[in-house]
Each structure stands twice: as structure tokens, then as C-alpha cells.
Design a protein around this ligand. Structure first.
Ligand SMILES: *Cc1c(COP(=O)(O)O)cnc(C)c1O
Length: 359
């Protein structure tokens, strides 16, 4: 950071951006990475570079942060919202496969793309979704904004590297941050080149200020890249700390009635970026709103899980497959304090307060 301030290259023309791209590509084992101003802008250019345009249908996760779905609207495409499943709390691979198979059997039009979000430091069953997309020639894109460092258990294959493009976020709340930034990775050099071009106002190299299409100011700044590079070196330590916090909660809360814990599919090595539980109002002593209020009174901040996209005003009219699990995850979900800076003492207080409230 001092280096780029000293060199006067705080904008996008310093070497830090390329260095961060190379380091990130190496870390996730992707051939090319394109640094962007945010995860949202990475998703926007991923859709554009992959050729998703106005009127196209895109299958997209229902249970996710809204920034997964908004870029689908930016390009004028139509989202079809796919529910999560209980095994992953992410897009249900079975719903996707069944619908693509059903359409193929009836000769119906297939979607242009499936855009799957991997939320909470967990992941959708990406291998099953990729197989279904392959079978029917449907483009696969990944929103891995919350999945930096999430990989398959039996290999180092990183989530975000299964689709034609995968997009990551380094927003302040993510597992590593560049204060604001994103990254698109791809094995398709031409797609990545189009995406990079779009992030830099689609300006053609040369003296004349020529732009061969409508472009965007979506390039990451050198200052953000310098911060991202430093954070990337700490990623493994952050993941280790997240997993440590999670296993302590797992053990300490296991006996409390009415709680359901994050799914842990054997094939996944999660980061558990968020530690969320479901509070069953029928069997827990307090429902999640009362529990959140009880914790807040003790000075402990919790967070809700997202209102499903199908319940948002902008997407209420969207087509969808299921939605009941997304509703339940929202109605019962509560994320507990789990930042890497959480001290053991602070975590003990959270655990004690939960016991007090629920036992
Ligand atoms: C954070 C996030 C984004 C957007 O990333 P920004 O860098 O904040 O633009 C997109 N999708 C999901 C699932 C996210 O959590």
C-alpha cells in the first residue's frame, strides 16, 4: 500500500492489480483472473462476456444475497429462481437437473445460463449442477462471492472454477477484503479478455480514445489490489479461525433443543464464512426474533439470513422452482458472531447467553 501511494499509482494503472490477479488465479488454480471494482460488477461483466442478453432466461439461486440476481436484471435477462435444498442450503441440484431434463424431453427451450451462488462459506452441489448443464448445453456461471477458499474435500478444486466464469467479492464483510473489489476467473481466455475490456470502458488500445462497445468503469484500483494481495496471504489463517469458531459452537450448542446446524456434506471443504443456525419456533424456547432480541440485550449482535429473492418486490413476479426451503432458511435462520477477530472470551459469552435463553 505504501508502495502504491509512493509511486502515485493509487488508481488502476499500477502493477498491484496485475499482481493480485496473478496471485488470486494461482490461489484458486484458474487460468485467468480479471480484477473488478466489486463482486457485483464482476457478475455483470461475466454475464455480458458470456453473451447473456435481453430476454434470455437465467436460472439463479433464490436463497442468496440480492447482488447475485440484480446483474441478471442489468442485462435485461429474466431470472427463474431455484430453491435451495436441505443438504447444502444452496441451489438444489436436483431441481435444476429435473427441470432441464423435463424441458429436453418435451422439446422446450432451455435457459441461456444457470447462475449458481455459493453462500455462507458452503456450496451448492456444483458437480451435479455442472453435469446437468453439460448434458443440455447450458452455460454455467458461479457467484462465489461468499466462497473464497471453499473447495471440494477430496481435491483442491475451488468453488468458482466449475463454470464458464466464477465471480468473487472482497467487500468489507467477506472472508478477505480489498475494502471493495471483486474478481472474475475463467478458463476461457476469450471470455476473460472480453470481461477485462468491458471493465475498462471498452477502450481500444492506442492514441485516439476509441471504444468498440459500451463499456464500464469496473476496474479494480491499485490501492484495493494492494490490500487484497496482503489479505490473500492471510486467507488460510482466516479459514482456520472460522473453522475453529464453528467447531466450538458445534460442540457447545449441540445439546440445545430446537436448533438445526449448517449442513456439512462430506464432499465439501467449507470455510463456514457465516455460522448460522435455524431456530425451530415449535421446539426452541424462543423463536429467532426473540432470541436475536435476547442476545442484543446482552450486547451480542446477530444477523438474519436473506429474505428469499422470490419475496423481494423486484422479483415477486419471477418464475421459480420451489421456494419453501428458502422461506424456512429466512424464517428460522440466525447468524451468530463469527468474525475472525472474535475472542474466545467473547465466544464464551455468546454460548453462555444462548444456553441461558434456550435451555
Ligand atoms: C457480497 C456478495 C455479492 C456482491 O459483492 P460486492 O463486492 O459487494 O459487490 C454478490 N453475491 C453474493 C452472494 C454476495 O454475498
Amino acid at each position: 500500500m505504501d508502495e502504491c501511494l509512493a509511486a502515485g499509482t493509487v488508481s488502476s494503472n499500477g502493477p498491484e492489480v496485475e499482481r493480485f490477479e496473478e496471485a488470486f488465479a494461482r490461489r484458486v488454480d484458474a487460468p485467468v483472473a480479471v480484477a473488478c471494482s466489486s463482486g457485483t460488477s464482476a457478475l455483470h461483466v461475466a454475464l455480458l462476456a458470456a453473451g447473456v442478453t435481453a430476454g434470455d432466461e437465467v436460472f439463479v439461486s433464490d436463497f442468496t444475497f440480492a447482488a447475485t440476481v440484480h446483474p441478471v436484471s442489468y442485462v435485461g435477462a429474466r431470472p427463474l429462481l431455484v430453491d435451495a435444498d436441505a443438504r447444502t442450503w444452496n441451489m438444489a441440484a436436483e431441481l435444476v437437473a429435473e427441470e432441464l431434463d423435463r424441458r429436453a424431453a418435451r422439446g422446450l427451450a432451455q435457459p441461456k445460463a444457470v447462475l449458481v451462488a455459493h453462500v455462507l462459506g458452503l456450496a451448492a452441489d456444483i458437480q451435479a449442477i455442472a453435469a446437468a448443464c453439460d448434458r443440455h448445453g447450458v452455460l454455467l456461471l458461479e457467484d462465489a462471492a461468499q466462497a473464497v477458499g471453499v473447495r471440494l474435500a477430496d481435491s483442491h478444486r475451488q468453488l468458482g472454477t466449475f463454470g464458464a466464469a466464477g465471480c468473487f467479492s472482497f467487500n468489507g464483510n467477506k472472508i478477505i477484503t480489498s475494502a471493495g473489489g471483486g474478481m472474475l476467473v475463467s478458463a476461457d481466455a476469450a471470455l476473460a479478455a472480453r470481461a477485462r475490456h468491458l471493465t475498462m470502458q471498452a477502450r481500444v488500445a492506442g492514441f485516439e480514445y476509441e471504444h468498440d462497445m459500451v463499456g464500464y468503469n469496473y476496474r479494480m484500483t491499485a490501492l484495493a489490489a494492494a490490500l487484497g494481495l496482503a489479505q490473500l496471504q492471510r486467507l488460510d489463517a482466516f479459514i482456520a479461525r472460522k473453522l475453529e469458531i464453528a467447531s466450538r459452537y458445534d460442540e457447545a450448542l449441540a445439546a440445545l433443543p430446537g436448533l438445526t446446524f449448517l449442513p456439512r456434506p462430506a464432499w465439501l471443504a467449507p470455510t463456514l464464512w457465516l455460522y448460522s443456525v435455524l431456530v425451530d419456533p415449535a421446539t426452541a424456547r424462543l423463536d429467532r426474533v426473540a432470541l436475536a432480541a435476547h442476545l442484543a440485550k446482552a450486547g451480542i449482535q446477530t444477523r438474519a439470513l436473506w429474505t428469499p429473492m422470490h419475496a423481494q418486490p423486484s422479483y415477486r413476479a419471477a418464475d421459480r422452482l420451489g421456494g419453501a426451503l428458502a422461506d424456512r432458511l429466512h424464517a428460522e435462520g440466525l447468524s451468530l458472531p463469527c468474525s475472525t477477530g472474535l475472542t474466545d472470551l467473547e465466544q464464551s459469552r455468546v454460548i453462555d447467553t444462548l444456553h441461558e435463553a434456550l435451555r
